[in-house]
Ligand binder design. Structure first.
Ligand code: DSN
Length: 405
């Protein structure tokens, strides 16, 4: 690369990534193959339209790439192409959800989604998102005592509000979702069921989290979290919704698809179909359970008492430390997390009561049970006031033993 300024900054970021313990639940490290496809000549090509029906010439190879990505997506999740359509063009998760609502929910109609402060996502109709301006969000939450989804309450809200669409999915909820119960609730009120599996798609592919496909009408996923691909999104839809969704993605909301991104998704989907990936996802969950268990043992309150996934929330304020301060203290020691609201948080989203912790990224680097126990010790010592400079040295030494892919 001739641009020395950017080259230097990329090298600095690589050094930063290598030297920290990354517990951001939505991040991961992609393979060289995924990066090669992203940085390939495919970025030069315009391909508005869909395979076989483009608005530009010279797309015979791009058509093959997009069809391959679609076929791999269906295969990975065991879907038949007569029942499901797959759109691999969305640039990322929020635009993908926006396209789904644009296609299927009349403007101003109701979308029912998990409240942001209880672990939902902005694009599930939250008020500051355009999805909450063009449609009306009806939020549901978790039970105060168990901190788990309360399906009777969700049914009660659905019957009262009659939403056009119900969204099941999360960014900060650590438990298995009962998709069958969501199907029954959607059927009881005539709603379309969208599952946003962005966080747990890799776990579904690895068969360590239940598949939403037998129950959902639409499934959306980003590709860069547990699925370990580039930043992008995929929409799976049952045939009757497919045409409206395709038209909402293009020409409704997007122009030319990012062909390099689609090829890179295809590479990640093939990687996710391997036995090694299955073992990886099993280890992600095991690591999260060990880390949550160790932190509990060290007297940190884990929301809902544990995790079935790659992530969990720690109620740091139960020990007198707000989430903002906790995440800043940890960052000084080289441990990267994000501050996060916990259910029924009494503090503000900019300084909430907890932090979110995830293990997908570290598991990619090869860390296992032993390292999780060491990391729980680092977190505990840091938050209890040990010198961050001292912990930082130990963090660096540990992190450097596990290079990036
Ligand atoms: N911002 C992502 C997360 O961190 O969960 C979701 O889009």
């Amino acid at each position: 690369m001739k641009d020395s300024a950017i080259k230097k900054l990329i090298a600095a970021e690589e050094k930063r990534q290598t030297g920290v313990i990354n517990l951001i639940a939505s991040e991961n490290y992609v393979s060289r193959g995924v990066r090669e496809a992203l940085g390939s000549v495919l970025t030069n090509k315009y391909a508005e339209g869909y395979p076989g029906a483009r608005y530009y010439g010279g797309n015979e190879i791009v058509d093959e790439i997009e069809r391959l990505a679609q076929a791999r997506a269906l295969k990975l999740f065991g879907l038949s192409d007569s029942a499901w359509d797959v759109n691999v063009q969305p640039y990322s998760g929020t635009p993908a959800n926006f396209a789904i609502y644009t296609a299927l929910v009349p403007l101003g109609a109701k979308i029912m989604g998990l409240d942001l402060s209880m672990g939902g996502h902005l694009s599930h109709g939250y008020k500051v998102s355009a999805t909450g301006k063009f449609w009306k969000q009806v939020p549901y939450g978790v039970d105060k005592k168990t901190e788990r989804l309360d399906y009777n309450e969700i049914l009660r809200i659905a019957k009262r509000e009659k939403p056009k669409m119900i969204v099941a999915g999360f960014t900060a909820y650590s438990r298995i979702i009962d998709f069958k119960k969501f199907r029954k609730i959607a059927d009881a009120v005539g709603a379309i069921l969208l599952v946003d599996m962005s966080h747990f798609a890799g776990l579904v592919a690895g068969r360590v989290y239940p598949s939403p496909f037998p129950y959902a009408d639409i499934v959306m996923t980003t590709t860069h979290k547990t699925l370990r691909g580039p930043r992008a999104a995929i929409i799976f839809s049952r045939e009757k919704y497919a045409r409206a969704i395709d038209r909402a993605v293009f020409p409704g909301l997007q122009g030319g698809p990012h062909v390099n991104q689609i090829a890179s998704v295809a590479v990640a989907l093939a990687e996710a179909a391997t036995p090694a990936f299955r073992a990886y996802t099993k280890q992600i969950v095991k690591n999260a359970q060990i880390l949550a268990g160790e932190l509990s043992r060290l007297n940190w309150r884990v929301v809902s008492g544990g995790t079935d996934t790659h992530l969990f929330l720690v109620d740091t304020f139960a020990n007198g430390i707000g989430g903002k301060r906790a995440s800043e203290m940890l960052e000084k020691a080289g441990i990267i997390v994000n501050k996060n609201t916990i259910p029924f948080d009494t503090r503000s989203p900019v300084d909430p009561s907890g932090i979110r912790v995830g293990t997908a990224a570290l598991t990619t680097r090869g860390m296992r049970e032993r390292e999780m126990k060491i990391i729980a010790g680092f977190i505990n010592e840091t938050l209890r006031g040990a010198s961050p400079i001292k912990i930082r040295k130990n963090v660096l030494a540990l992190a450097r033993k596990f290079p990036l892919p």
